[in-house]
Design a protein around this ligand. Structure first.
Ligand code: APR
Length: 176
């Protein structure tokens, strides 16, 4: 499994699945959630309405509709309350459960935004370390599901600061 950092708009990536930073209602919102719904078109919301929401740390899968990606994996990240409310474990679960969903569908490529680091207030450096740690742990030890992991994982940064933070976290994580 290759892990790379890319700066850009996740809605433009022609990968098998993009991950959405959703909320537990999974009915759209602002930030990357809003961008994904705008790019996907109304069919995405129509499918989301049938999902019945999603607990924090878990994911739900829909088609990609007008997006260049085949699927959207909606992940519900934790809101940051200071780090003592299980936030790191819940954030790691988002990455792990998204990988498991990709394994179940036999996907070869998946792109993640920096889940929880916008409206949900998770400090970007801490979140990047959790994200990289979860991905590297899955690559080294598996997810428990005995299916192939995606070959290509992209961590998408929306701005230069986020890109630098993700690159530093990846360099640090790979050196351990
Ligand atoms: N492509 C890639 N990354 C993006 C894009 C985009 N088009 N738009 C925003 N981002 C980045 C933000 O810069 C941030 O680093 O996604 C990261 C996550 O920020 P949010 O979208 O605010 O998501 P989050 O912090 O997880 O909060 C989720 O906000 O938008 C609502 O409905 C959403 O209630 C949910 C909450």
């Amino acid at each position: 499994m290759s892990i790379e950092v890319m700066r850009g708009d996740i809605t433009t990536l022609a990968v098998d699945a993009i991950v959405n930073a959703a909320n537990s209602a999974i009915l759209g919102g602002g930030g990357v959630d809003g961008a994904i719904h705008r790019a996907a078109g109304p069919g995405l919301l129509a499918e989301c309405r049938g999902l019945g929401g999603c607990p924090v740390g878990e994911v739900r899968v829909t088609r990609g509709y007008d997006l260049p990606s085949w699927f959207v994996i909606h992940a519900v990240g934790p809101v940051w309350y200071g780090g003592g409310s299980g936030e790191p474990g819940l954030l790691a679960s988002c990455y792990r459960n998204a990988l498991i969903a990709a394994q179940m569908m036999g996907l070869l490529s998946i792109a993640f935004p920096a889940i929880s680091t916008g409206a949900f207030g998770y400090p970007a450096e801490d979140a990047a370390a959790v994200a990289v740690g979860a991905l590297i742990n899955a690559d080294r030890h598996g997810t428990g599901l005995h299916r192939a992991l995606p070959e290509r994982v992209i961590l998408v940064a929306f701005d230069a600061e986020s890109e630098a933070i993700l690159r530093a976290a990846l360099d640090e994580g790979c050196s351990k």
